[in-house]
Design a protein around this ligand. Structure first.
Ligand SMILES: CC(=O)N[C@H]1[C@@H](OP(=O)(O)O)O[C@H](CO)[C@@H](O)[C@@H]1O
Ligand SMILES: [Mg+2]
Length: 554
């Protein structure tokens, strides 16, 4: 039976999960038929994910677990699945391995054997209740996948709740809201309405009395973000005008095609469909296919495109929060920190490090999220636009109990408390992040131009190198240095020293079968040259065929 679409099996654990998905596809291609439960390869995976999610819920005494059917920024014909833990966060690390084993079991008998081992070794009481809330994005293949997921849930007797077609961050919100319902930690009403109400109210409180900003143009990537952004408008009550572009959710093939956050970041250009829509100086932004990534940008007077990526969002937001904490008189008690990866532009790191602690972690949202939890207020963004701000539980209680001594302190405190409501702290959320950015712009009276001038990005270049075995590339120091192949790192160091403001690092991708090379330098031509020289070193060190060496590698 032919594979119907490319499956991305992402437990929302970052790059590792995507690699697993590749093995999964291979396995199912080879063993298709043995594992098919509803007659289709992808269906069988979703069936298994239903079982996994239900077991996770049983293990946690029936707390609700989430399942999101989406392939995010990938092409429309792809599909995938993300599993959400009860706090609305990513699936716990050890369960990623369990889930992988279950999903990869070649035959139904193997699957049952793995299931049995898992239940015994992790001591799951299968008589416990299980609750799973699930949703899908706008991909047509999602309908059948949700049906297969429901079969998996029924097979194990789990209670399912279908949240319909919605964004990944809304599903994360729902999971947390369901599990905190009627508790002092209530995250909000466990409905989409509760989500929009929470964000809309906090936004209106935060911009009250500020002159309204010019309308914001949103490229919805022809995905589910179009539906959510349209609903959000109703809850903003005129406090911010949103112009929705690329909102054609039912045009076949349109999803993420020549638009969306990933297109903008990778191509470093305006989606062509916006060319005659965007006026010089006007702010615009792009969501990805499941609305958990966000890129801002604008055209200057000469029509030149300027990108305001995750690093620029982190700089804007972190500086604003630091100022509020100070204005509230809490700077000695509440420490704000930022988490980045090695892909963060060097200029952003320099800007931020002059103001607050900055930590660099390995690529992948799980690493950023966990590192951000160690700060009282942790701001994290990947350069690609996925990120959020976490307020630790003790900080939230501190804010609730704090007695300000001046009106200025009281105002700053109110703003901080409203930010805890505005920001989706479970996961990066493009809509919540839009509102956060817009609050800061309104408070600072910034246009995109002033925001952009906080620091000037260093020219940079990302190059992919196809190698025989990317596992031969091992890294240390948050993926900034290579441990192997032996001798390669010192060659890179030697090369980097020759470039003004040069920085370069090499790491194996977790989502594609390539090694990535990143380089930056003060001058654009130098950044490109450095990247292609390092790419050449990588190609040769990996034993690449000289006759097939890409000609741009130096
Ligand atoms: C350079 C780059 O953009 N890397 C991306 C990409 O990971 P790689 O391991 O580099 O393939 O996909 C990840 C998952 O979406 C995302 O977290 C990360 O930022
Ligand atoms: Mg996404």
């Amino acid at each position: 039976m032919p594979i119907q679409s490319h499956l991305i099996f992402d437990f929302n654990m970052g790059p590792q999960a995507f690699v697993l998905c590749k093995c999964l596809i291979d396995n199912f291609t080879i063993h298709d038929g043995h594992v098919a439960i509803r007659g289709s390869t992808l269906d069988s995976v979703l069936f298994r994910v239903g079982v996994i999610a239900a077991l996770r819920s049983k293990k946690l005494d029936g707390l609700a677990v989430g399942v999101m059917v989406t392939a995010s920024h990938n092409p429309e014909q792809d599909n995938g699945v993300k599993v959400v833990d009860p706090r609305g966060e990513m699936l716990e690390g050890s369960w990623e391995a369990h889930a992988t084993n279950l999903a990869n079991a070649p035959t139904t008998d193997d699957f049952l054997a793995v299931l049995d081992t898992l239940i015994r070794t992790t001591k799951i009481d299968i008589s416990k209740p299980a609750r799973v809330v699930y949703a899908r994005d706008t991909r047509p293949s999602g309908v059948a996948l949700v049906a297969a997921l429901e079969d998996g849930l029924s097979a194990i007797g789990a209670e399912g709740r279908n949240a319909g077609v919605t964004t990944t961050p809304i599903l994360h919100y729902l999971v947390k809201a369901i599990n905190t319902k009627n508790t002092p930690e209530s995250y909000g009403d466990d409905s989409e309405e509760g989500y929009f109400q929470k964000l809309g109210t906090a936004f209106q409180n935060l911009v009250a009395g500020r002159p309204p900003l010019e309308a914001l143009l949103i490229d919805c990537a022809n995905g589910v973000g179009a539906l959510a952004a349209s609903t959000l408008t109703e809850y903003l009550d005129g406090s911010l005008s949103l112009i929705l572009e690329n909102a054609s959710i039912s045009t076949p093939g349109a999803l993420n095609f020549a638009c969306g956050a990933d297109y903008v970041k990778t191509m470093q250009r305006l989606p062509p469909s916006l060319a005659d829509r965007l006026k010089p100086g006007q702010r615009a932004c792009s969501l990805d296919g499941d609305a958990d990534r966000l890129m801002y940008y604008y055209l200057d007077e000469r029509g030149i495109f300027h990108m305001l990526d995750g690093d620029k969002i982190a700089a804007l937001v972190a500086a604003f929060i630091v100022d509020l904490v100070k204005s509230a008189g809490l700077e000695n008690e509440v420490k704000v920190g930022v988490v980045q990866t090695a892909y963060a532009n060097g200029a952003s790191t320099k800007y931020l490090a002059g103001r607050l602690p900055v930590k660099c972690v390995a690529t992948g949202v799980k690493h950023l999220h966990h590192a951000a939890e160690h700060f009282n207020i942790g701001v994290y963004f990947e350069a690609n636009g996925h990120g959020t701000v976490l307020f630790s539980p003790s900080t939230q209680s501190k804010l609730a109990l704090y007695q300000p001594s001046t009106p200025a302190q009281s105002t700053a405190l109110k703003h901080l408390i409203n930010l805890t409501q505005l920001i989706n702290q479970t996961v990066g959320d493009a809509l919540s992040d839009i509102l956060l950015v817009e609050v800061v712009l309104a408070h600072k009276s910034y246009t995109g131009i002033e925001w952009d001038s906080l620091y000037v990005d260093l020219p940079n270049r990302l190059v992919k190198v196809v190698v025989n075995n990317r596992n031969a590339f091992r890294t240390e120091n948050a993926e900034r240095r290579l441990l192997s192949p032996p001798g390669l790192q010192s060659k890179i160091d030697e090369l980097v020293r020759r470039y003004d403001g040069g920085r370069s690092f090499v790491r194996p991708s977790g989502t594609e079968d390539v090694v990535r090379v990143y380089a930056e330098a003060v001058v654009r031509s130098q950044a490109d040259e450095l990247a292609f020289r390092v790419a050449g070193l990588v190609y040769d060190a990996a034993g690449g065929d000289p006759s097939k060496r890409p000609k741009e590698f130096l």
